[in-house]
Design a binder for this molecule. Structure first.
Ligand code: E4P
Length: 218
């Protein structure tokens, strides 16, 4: 499973990319609003740091507007993927952008049927929102399993990008459910490395090693 960062914060992206395990970035209007910077300038800087897919989200509600925005985003860098919402207009835009050779990430997906439509429209990524489904009392990670089965049944090439990830538990569950990618906030990514027993084991080994050095000096 590939690991992406879900942020428009350049410091977090540099740190994540620095680990060598982050292969892409997803952004949205809320994340870019948090940074308070020009969207296109920030996307260009992100694409300089991360050479893998960088998702940029359109805000138009009609296909024509989404396609116009999408083509503008695609001029920023080769690794830009254009995000469109899961609506009839979004799917029209998806097909038109794909026809123009632009990769699409269909976002705000909450059901297996929506994911089916996105695959049929030729989307490159489909983004089911796990955390927001949990907020609504549903089991978000179960949706990954359903989409995986449908995509495998018909050989759809669209990749499942698990989004709205809230915890390390979510990362494990979407990996077990067969997601192709998980995109997560930087703080969740950092926590993936952690386990108390790992820290305890390192301390024990280091203590024993130093004990040995002291013994050898006697
Ligand atoms: C990613 O593409 C989504 O926009 C993002 O994961 C949404 O996360 P949220 O539900 O925490 O806003």
């Amino acid at each position: 499973m590939q690991l992406f960062l879900d942020t428009a914060n350049l410091d977090e992206i540099r740190q994540g990319a620095g680990t060598g395990l982050i292969t892409g970035v997803t952004t949205n209007p809320t994340l870019i609003m948090k940074e308070g910077k020009d969207y296109k300038k920030t996307l260009k800087e992100i694409c300089n740091i991360v050479k893998g897919p960088v998702s940029a989200e359109t805000v138009s509600l009609n296909a024509e507007g989404m396609v116009k925005e999408g083509k503008e985003f695609a001029k920023i860098a080769k690794n830009i993927v254009v995000k469109v919402p899961m609506t009839p207009e979004g799917m029209k835009a998806c097909r038109l952008l794909v026809k123009s050779g632009i990769k699409v990430n269909t976002t705000l997906v909450f059901s297996a049927n929506q994911a089916l439509l996105a695959a049929k429209a030729g989307t490159y990524f489909v983004s089911p929102f796990i955390g927001r489904l949990d907020d609504a009392g549903e089991k978000g990670t179960e949706l990954i399993r359903e989409i995986r089965q449908i995509y495998d049944n018909y050989g759809f090439k669209s990749q499942i990008l698990a989004a709205s990830i809230r915890s390390t538990e979510h990362v494990k569950e979407v990996a077990m459910a067969g997601a192709d990618i998980a995109t997560m906030p930087f703080k969740v990514y950092e926590q993936l490395f952690n386990h108390a027993l790992t820290d305890k084991g390192i301390k024990m080994f280091l203590d024993d090693w130093q004990k040995l050095q002291r013994q050898l000096k006697k």
